[in-house]
Each structure stands twice: as structure tokens, then as C-alpha cells.
Design a protein around this ligand. Structure first.
Ligand SMILES: [Zn+2]
Length: 231
């Protein structure tokens, strides 16, 4: 009775990183959440990042999750939801203009864009610092370093961790001090390169309010409802 084709199926996925930057990786397979696991997740509400890692741990194989890149993480969560409950996602979102609660329906496979890295994209990679006039080598944060990038203040404090070298000098104490003294333009170049937000799953969609006709780009809410069939 559990082999019916209507039942959720596992899926082999291609990561936005094209699996280029992992030390050991196999075919990445996303498996549906079971009802028991969904219960567990709903009961652990409010633990934020831990719940997300718990879901990935249960449902994703072939990749070492401590190595996982942010550009692949949201994509994998979206895939877990897709194989578990289908591509349709219905949620309530408050209109930023009139405040009305609008029920919105998206097809997460069609309405959201995924941008894959290009063949020549590398990690770590070199960027030129325009003000200092030297090169820096920077890299992506890994999932195990998530606490360093979880908010703006810890990100700026820990930015040096993701800078492999500045002008060929690798000493982290030197790098941290150099960043503190750097022109804001150079710091922004480094931060943008570390985040590289243009890759991966883009959680934005075009919101259109039927009450006041307001239109703007908004982000899909990733709350408990995202992983609940009963929502
Ligand atoms: Zn509105």
C-alpha cells in the first residue's frame, strides 16, 4: 500500500553549487518527511536553525551536512518540501502597504528561480579590493559555521574567517586587523563575495495585493507551515 505512485517519492537533485565544492559527495537524494518526523518538527517549533538542520539530516543523503553551502541549503529545504507535499505552497502573508492578510499560492518548482554556479566559478576565489589595490582570496561559509553568519553583527565580527588571504598573507590575526582598518567599499566587496547571494534558490516572488493593488517582491515565509501538511 505504500508503493502507490501517488505517494511521495525520493528525488535525485542537482545542487545550485553543482556539487563542485565538497570534499566527499555522492548522488544527492532528497527523501520525503515521514508523518512521525513532521510531528517531531512541529513539536520542536521555535528552535529555528536546529529544526532546519534536523529536517535536512533526516531527508538528505549523499552529502556531509557540516560542509553544506548556504547556496545549496535553502534549495534542499525547498526540495524536501516538494517531495513531501508537492510543489504547491499556500500561505498567508501581510501586505506591506495596507496590512491585509493575503492568502497566496505558489508553485515552488515553477514560480521560484534557482541559479546554478557557472563552470568557471570557484571557491575559494580571488577578488580585487578597489581601495587597497590588492587581491583577497575569499570563500563560502559552511553549514558548521552558520553561527558566524546568522545575523549582521556576528557576520561583520566574523568576516575575517572567510578571508583566506589578503595580498598573499594568510595569518588570520593580520586578516582580522586589516579588515577593521579597511575602507568600507573594500569590506563590502569581501562581504558580497562571501555571501554570493545571486546563486542558489531565490526565495522572492511577485506579490500582488487584491485589496489595495500593491505590487512588490516578497520572500516566501519559511515558518512551521512550510513543513506541515495540516496547515
Ligand atoms: Zn494591500
Amino acid at each position: 500500500m505504500f508503493s502507490n505512485s501517488e505517494e511521495p517519492q525520493s528525488q535525485i537533485v542537482e545542487l545550485p553549487s553543482r556539487s563542485k565544492f565538497y570534499s566527499s559527495i555522492q548522488e544527492v537524494v532528497v527523501t520525503p518527511l515521514t508523518f512521525a518526523e513532521e510531528e517531531k518538527i512541529l513539536n520542536s517549533k521555535g528552535k529555528g536553525l536546529d529544526v532546519i538542520n534536523l529536517i535536512l539530516d533526516k531527508c538528505v543523503t549523499g552529502i556531509n551536512l557540516s560542509e553544506l553551502l548556504q547556496i545549496d541549503k535553502l534549495f534542499l529545504l525547498m526540495k524536501v518540501r516538494e517531495v513531501s507535499y508537492g510543489t504547491e505552497y499556500k500561505f498567508d502573508i501581510a501586505c506591506p502597504s495596507c496590512g491585509d492578510k493575503i492568502t497566496t499560492k505558489l508553485d515552488i518548482a515553477k514560480d521560484l528561480n534557482v541559479k546554478y554556479v557557472t563552470d568557471d566559478f570557484e571557491d575559494p576565489r580571488t577578488v580585487k579590493l578597489p581601495k587597497l589595490g590588492v587581491n583577497a582570496i575569499v570563500r563560502f561559509p559552511r553549514n558548521r559555521e552558520e553561527s558566524f553568519v546568522s545575523d549582521v553583527s556576528s557576520f561583520s565580527k566574523n568576516l575575517y574567517r572567510f578571508v583566506v588571504s589578503i595580498n598573499g598573507i594568510e595569518d588570520p590575526v593580520f586578516v582580522a586587523k586589516a579588515i577593521q582598518r579597511m575602507h568600507i567599499v573594500d569590506v563590502k566587496v569581501i562581504a558580497n563575495e562571501v555571501n554570493k547571494g545571486e546563486f542558489g534558490l531565490d526565495p522572492r516572488f511577485m506579490f500582488h495585493c487584491p485589496s489595495c493593488d500593491h505590487k512588490s517582491m516578497m520572500e516566501v515565509p519559511l515558518d512551521a507551515g512550510f513543513f506541515s501538511v495540516t496547515y
